[in-house]
Structures are given as structure tokens and as C-alpha cells.
Design a protein around this ligand. Sequence first.
Ligand SMILES: Cc1ncc(COP(=O)(O)O)c(C=O)c1O
Length: 388
Amino acid sequence: MSYQFAERIGNLQPSPTIAVSDKVRELQQQGHDVIDLGGGDPDFATPKHICEAASEALFAGDTHYVASAGIPELRQAIVRKLKADNGIDVEANGIIVTPGGKSALISSVLALVGPGDDVLTFDPGWVSYEPMATIAGANTVHVGLDAADNYRITREAIEQHITPKTRLMIVNSPNNPSGRVLTEDEVDAVCSAARDHDVIVFSDEIYEKIVYDGNVHISIAAQPGMAERTLTHNGFSKAYAMTGWRLGYVAGPVDIIKQVMKIHSHSVTCATSFAQRGAVAALNGPQQFIDEMVEAWDRRRHMIVHGLNQIPGFHCPMPEGAFYALADVSGTGKDGSEVARILIDEARVGVTPGIAFGDASSNHIRMSFANSDALVEESVKRMQAAFS
Ligand SMILES: Cc1ncc(COP(=O)(O)O)c(C=O)c1O
């Protein structure tokens, strides 16, 4: 039987980062010893007090539908967190708790843009922004950033790409895949362009807690005149090692959130009831655990960057945040896709080809160092052996 599909599905490809993990799993099932540096999953267990809070709720019968926007205790905890950590003032009604940060992003995209609208994204950038805009029927305009300029966002670069049709700009700091943390000047460039051109900003802050070397995360919604035009996207996956729990949120002006709620309530109803109890414990409980994870990732960051820079033809800048190394491999005479293929086939190390994050990183490969010291060390050895 031949099936017909909606036009919007035509150009969509499955997530390339998930494809790398699938390929690694397939090879592992065939008995191969493969290291997966493709995914973005913290290698730590969710802290015990978070698990206990969810488990208690589960056994106490908290297994039914809850308020679509999220349980009041969690929305209140998020209000407090946004004020204390980010300097963002938002009401509880301006928050929706979603099954993962991804769900918050797509519901917001669907609520705000459609055919005829331009969505501005920065390359290299996360793999799902463009597909989300495509699903909404909107057009993605890529602002290609220059590796030689440390992927700096400038007002000029934005001006060159912004059009009267631009409705939305998506910013992600700390950045996946480049590891850049936006400076005050870059944040100013984004905010002034958004205000002058009357554009909404999505600030994806999912890696906000993972910063190194004294870099400081700046929240867009806390900047002058930005609260009314910014949706802050965040979640529990990275900071609390809760990827499998599927919990995220979006926060912003009540008038926008009301519209996002229509998509959210008709598509997911609510995020998992007892998982939300775990998220309350995550936000209200001890935060020390995050520092310990970041300390470990900091160590592995040095390990992997140092190791990669010893490979002839590889050049890897030191990431400022998140847990990815983005290496330029053009010195090998090969592009990122070819190097990624060699690494999985010959070195048995799964990495993501840079092209997955846009043309600006086609000569790059991305590696997650959210893996144990031993695995990071072994993967570096294997990559060095494959390219020496
Ligand atoms: C930049 C960025 N935003 C959002 C997400 C979504 O995270 P989740 O849906 O697990 O909360 C990810 C996950 O890798 C990400 O890298």
C-alpha cells in the first residue's frame, strides 16, 4: 500500500543526534564495543531526594490528571527559581510545565508562527529549532556565525537576516553545540534587535547551570523591555540529570502563555503528575549536586579538548558552557560527516556530524563529554589512533 503524508513531513528528517545513538545501540547489540559521544544525556543518576519525592507521590496515588499548566506547587517553585536565579519576574499563570523542554518549545512555536513567517536561528544551533518551525509551516532564516570569531552574535549579523516577516528569534545560551555562553554585548545585540524590529525571542536556557571558568549566564527576559517579548524555555533534563522524566517549562507574558496553553492542553493534557512532585523537590531541595556534576564535566572538558587538539587536522576550542566539544576537522582534508563515519566505523566512537547543526559547522564534529572519565579517556585514545 502506498501512503500519503502531509506536505509538512516531506522535508523533515528524524533527529540526527538520536540517529547517532540508535546506530551506536545497533552496533552494541551486534556485540561491538562502541562509545556513544552522540547524545546529550548527563551520565549521573537523578539525585535520590528527587526520586523519593516522585516515588512517594506515585505510591500515594498521585497518578491522575493534574492541572494542564502544571501543579501549583511546581509553578510556584519555578516562579521563585526564575526570580532568584535569573532575575525574571513572572506570574504562576505565565508558566506551563511540559513533558520535556522540547514540548514547551514546539507548543510555543506552533502558537506564535505559521506560513508566511520567518524564524531567525543562529548556526551552529540545536537540531530541532528548524524542524519545529517547519512543522508550524514557517520559514527558518539561518544566521551563520563564524568559528574564527568564536561564533559571536553581532547586531550586524542579525540586521543582515532580519526581515519584515521575522516574528521570532531563537537564542540558546549556553549553546548546544558550540558551548558558547553569550556575553553582555551579544545579549544586548539580541535584545536591541528584538525591540527595534518588534520580534519575540525564545531564550532556550536549558544548559544555564553548566558554565565553566567563571562565565556567567545572562537571561534575556531579565533585560530592559524584554519581559514582554521573551519566552524563557528551560527544564530539568540537564541540570538535574532527569532526561527520562520528560519535564520542562516555558515562562513568559500571560497573554502569550494563554495561547500556548491551547496547543499544550489539546496535545499533551499535562506533564506526568508524580514526576512533577520530583521536580518540586529538585527546585526546592539542595543544589550542591549540580556543582559536583559541573566539576566532573569541567575535568572531562579539559581531557577531551586537550586530546582532540593533539590529533593532526583537528582543532577544538574550549567550550564555555554545556557539555559538548565542537571540533573543526577540516585540517584532515575531510568534512565533519566523513570524519564522523570513520570514527564510528573504524574507531567505534559515535559522534554527531556538525552539519546536523547547520552549514556553519559542516567541517565540525560534536562530542558530548557527559560520559565517565574512563569513557572520555578511552574515546580520545581511539580517535587519536584512527587519525594518527
Ligand atoms: C538546546 C536544547 N534545548 C532543548 C532541549 C530539550 O531537552 P528536553 O526535551 O530533554 O528537556 C535540548 C536537549 O538536548 C537541547 O540541547
